[in-house]
Design a protein around this ligand. Structure first.
Ligand code: MN
Length: 344
């Protein structure tokens, strides 16, 4: 009796263990399936909006290239503050702010759906909330960019987010076009660390991943004024052309007469708002004095010759902005003038 009882207990314990393991693995696989459904649903919304927006452009008479906003509210790859996750809605609000008209400096009409359209945000925070890891998030960002590019004439103009998003975005652009692009990158920092604090997806590392992946032929970095030896070594290793602020007066004429993208798939423009002097754009995580004026940046952008296939405006941090949202307006004008260059 005692033995039997022991046996029964032993059996039920091991059965319990098996059941427990099975229900644990069932639970895990149903979690994974749930995550798949969330990612699919997120991509479906981007795909359907891109399809509809492209149809609207055709209904309006068509265009060669229409800038299409895609928000990527991701801030957790920042080494310091995570506020850039809140930027995309603030930038949109400032683009359409009634304090100014909807015409760019050179006369493009932003309210014309053939010039500027919008597919909304990749639901980054909602996906993170479902336990979706960084690898998958980055892939979803890439896939979202590709969905926009699959609907000509839409060209992705990505609203960050921290700078880590430039890697999945540029990767998608180069994969979708079937070759590298030239990148014009405005930033106080080279963002080319092999890894930062152990994070290869850090906002300090996207250009290391882009160059390793062969997604860019030329990478020109403008506005650089916070750089250490690793930043210089990595630039040398990858053949990056760095234009440091301390030599800006010397380099200015060259930078205001750039012609990029010939012989490759086009030009990608990445604008970190902290490339501007904090006097012009205080709402950034990494305040670095000695930067570009707004007009310096705009002169380089407006004079650029080349086919701009995609771009991003990143690192605006609304949590550090002035109470009247000055940097939101600055980021919005960068977007507006980038639209003017991208839309054809
Ligand atoms: Mn920066």
């Amino acid at each position: 009796m005692v033995g039997m009882k022991k046996g029964v207990i032993k059996l039920s314990q091991s059965a319990y263990r098996i059941l427990q393991q099975r229900s644990k693995s069932d639970a895990l696989s149903s979690l994974a399936q749930g995550q798949n459904r969330v990612v699919d649903a997120s991509l479906t919304l981007i795909r359907e909006r891109a399809r509809l927006k492209a149809e609207q452009v055709r209904a309006l008479g068509g265009a060669c290239g229409t800038s299409c906003l895609l928000g990527v509210p991701l801030g957790h790859n920042s080494s310091f503050l995570q506020g850039p996750a809140f930027a995309p809605p603030r930038i949109r609000e400032a683009i359409w702010c009634g304090s100014t008209n909807s015409t760019t400096e050179a006369g493009k009409e932003l309210s014309d759906g053939r010039v500027l359209t919008d597919v909304g945000d990749v639901p980054i925070q909602e996906m993170r909330d479902c336990g979706i890891d960084d690898e998958r998030l980055m892939k979803t960002v890439s896939d979202s960019v590709k969905l926009v590019m699959e609907e000509p004439p839409l060209r992705p103009l990505v609203l960050g987010g921290d700078h880590s998003i430039s890697y999945p975005v540029v990767r998608a652009v180069s994969e979708q076009l079937g070759g590298p692009v030239d990148i014009l990158h405005f930033d106080a920092h080279p963002d080319i660390y092999h890894a930062f604090e152990g994070n290869r997806y850090s906002h300090a590392s996207p250009f290391a991943r882009i160059m390793e992946g062969g997604h860019a032929r030329r990478l020109l970095q403008v506005g650089i004024r916070s750089i250490n030896q690793e930043g210089r070594d990595q630039a040398k290793k990858f053949g990056v052309e760095q234009f440091e602020m301390r030599y800006f007066n010397r380099d200015r004429q060259y930078l205001e007469n750039l012609e990029l993208g010939t012989g490759v798939k086009g030009v990608y423009i990445s604008i970190d708002v902290d490339s501007l002097d904090p006097a012009f754009a205080p709402g950034v995580s990494h305040i670095e004095p000695g930067g570009l004026s707004f007009r310096h940046l705009l002169n380089i952008l407006q004079n650029l010759k080349g086919d701009i296939v995609a771009g991003d405006v990143v690192e605006f941090n609304p949590q550090r902005d002035t109470v009247d949202g000055m940097t939101a307006m600055v980021a919005a004008k960068l977007v507006r003038e980038l639209v003017a260059k991208m839309s054809t």
